[in-house]
Write a new protein. Structure first.
Length: 269
């Protein structure tokens, strides 16, 4: 099982394929197999790498909530790129992963040949996120024995189908640890301000979908307007790219190609 260490924390990842690198980042309290279908498609033409943030999956999980922040997760992606000896890559994040990509646009822009921001949680979804995640963190702490028992029962179900694993992993095996992740992110994440992206010209594909109060479609549209080099791709629902990405894959693949080719030409020049 491949891993690397960053600031004393072991970070798990896996990779497949060869060629220019595309990195996949998962959603909150999920694992890297959340991006399984996209990962498999990408590995046919690219070096696909999927990382699990600290506190998630097989990565180490510090107990202190103050460890968990978008900036810390972005630094883990930067460390991953150094570990796999890649100067720059397309980084494709979903939900939490999308917000980490946005943090990278601000803090590590030179590491991004291109950015894919799927289902970001910004100003429109921010109040809803606090309404649902603060009580969830409290509930995970107070009902930890019951949640652990349910997770233990679900762990007996084989994860041979990654899509099934995505749904089963909604119940965390260590609820108190999951609560620490939620608390850390809630305490460290201010209300998003899109003005910080106006001078960033990294090619960015924003993927949004309608009828979702957490991943607001209006947020996706406003983000595209704020980014000098942003474009919008509309999914039918939050599950389309998880379950059946074939309709959107050609445009995503073309975006990867364009970004990586442009970065290669710029570096050569």
């Amino acid at each position: 099982m491949p891993f690397f260490h960053h600031r004393g924390v072991k970070i798990h990842y896996h990779e497949s394929g060869s060629g220019p690198t595309v990195v996949y980042l998962h959603g909150l309290l999920h694992r890297n197999w959340m991006q399984n279908r996209l990962f498999d498609l990408a590995s046919k033409r690219f070096r696909a790498v999927a990382m699990e943030f600290s506190g998630h999956g097989e990565s180490d999980a510090p107990k202190d909530p103050s460890h968990y922040s978008l900036l810390e997760f972005a630094s883990e992606v930067d460390a991953l790129l150094r570990h796999v000896e890649v100067e720059s890559a397309v980084v494709h994040g979903t939900s939490l992963g999308a917000n980490v990509v946005l943090e990278m646009l601000v803090s590590y822009p030179t590491r991004l040949a291109g950015a894919v921001v799927g289902m970001p949680v910004l100003a429109g979804g921010y109040p809803f996120a606090r309404v649902i995640f603060a009580p969830l963190a409290m509930a995970l702490n107070t009902t930890a024995p019951l949640v652990s028992a349910v997770a233990s029962a679900l762990s007996r179900i084989p994860r041979s189908n990654p899509n099934l694993g995505v749904f089963l992993d909604i119940v965390p095996k260590d609820p108190r640890q999951a609560a620490s992740v939620l608390r850390g992110l809630l305490e460290s994440t201010p209300r998003p301000d899109l003005s910080c992206f106006r001078g960033i010209d990294v090619p960015t594909l924003v993927i949004g979908h309608p009828r979702d109060p957490l991943h607001s479609f209006e947020d996706a549209k406003r983000l595209v307007e704020a980014l000098p080099n942003g474009r919008l791709l509309v999914a039918k629902s939050m599950l389309e790219l998880r379950l059946n990405p074939c309709r959107l894959w050609p445009e995503i693949e073309s975006f990867y190609d364009s970004c990586l080719r442009q970065f290669s030409e710029t570096s050569a020049g």
